[in-house]
Design a protein around this ligand. Structure first.
Ligand SMILES: [Zn+2]
Length: 279
């Protein structure tokens, strides 16, 4: 898939979140082998800050885009590692800047090479990632999410750029999707299904990852950004808002799995939360 189209897809997802008032406090943009993360991030921040959400050509750029391009937009900060680390002081500076009264609705900071956050610098922003000032959005950019501290990743919504459309979804996920959609009225059936597809924590994590990826694809399908998607016809009644809610639930529940939760209780809880959206 062409890189420019891929960039557009990520921007479309962000615009969709914004339109539905569901922008996340923090996104992790996983770039994989794609090297132009600066270009990508420029497009992403413009899709939020620009008057036309970044949808105009170079010649008719708006004032905001001009300010962004000349690095003069005060509510946008880029952070790069110094040497091989992102230093605590760099992040304290950001926190200080974003504590002031906002000039604009959205304020964004972008941390490039989030792999370079060490435990001490990460600690500086954990709380800020979770409960930022109103309108503050963090973007963390990393080649590979598994090289970023787990405490950070678990607080971010992940948008993966690597192999975006080439990614193969396990056929098990399609079975699962068909069964949950067709059985959603029957609490007991549904519980059996969950137990069958998610016998343990590892299986759950893989399935929920794939399911989340599928829901992102479904969102793209619903906004006509992609033309085909397996099983999409099962979800004609599911609104974009519900899909976004669903994704948020998956993120929250996946995070709980990282801690030492009682797996059976967690599964019961997951069931209740799924039913909230499906019914
Ligand atoms: Zn613009």
């Amino acid at each position: 898939m062409d890189a420019v189209l891929l960039e557009e897809k990520i921007c479309d997802i962000i615009r969709e979140h914004m339109k539905n008032n569901h922008l996340s406090h923090a996104y992790l943009i996983e770039t994989g082998d794609y090297l132009k993360s600066d270009d990508l991030m420029m497009k992403i921040v413009k899709s939020i800050l620009c008057f036309k959400q970044g949808k105009h050509d170079e010649l008719e750029k708006c004032n905001i885009c001009n300010l962004i391009d000349s690095n003069q937009y005060t509510d946008l900060k880029f952070i790069y590692p110094q040497g091989n680390v992102i230093k605590k002081e760099q992040l304290l500076e950001i926190k200080k800047v974003f504590k002031t009264t906002p000039l604009n609705q959205y304020r964004i900071y972008v941390i490039f090479e989030a792999e370079c956050l060490n435990a001490s610098s990460a600690n500086t922003i954990l709380k800020f990632l979770e409960e930022p000032e109103p309108g503050v959005i963090a973007f963390l950019v990393a080649k590979n999410r598994y090289q970023v501290l787990e405490t950070i990743v678990s607080r971010c919504q992940i948008l993966t750029f690597s192999n975006y459309l080439e990614r193969e979804i396990d056929s098990k996920v399609y079975d699962f999707i068909q069964r949950i959609v067709t059985n959603s009225d029957f609490y007991l059936d549904f519980k059996d299904i969950l137990t069958f597809y998610m016998p343990d924590k590892n299986a759950s994590k893989l399935l929920l990852d794939d399911l989340e990826f599928y829901l992102h694809q479904l969102l793209l399908y619903k906004t006509n950004s992609i033309s085909t998607l397996e099983c999409a016809e099962l979800f004609t009644n599911l609104s974009k808002n519900s899909i976004i809610k669903y994704i948020a639930i998956l993120e929250e529940e996946k995070e709980k799995l990282l801690y030492n939760v009682n797996y059976r209780l967690w599964l019961d809880h997951l069931l209740v939360r799924f039913l909230e959206v499906l019914t």
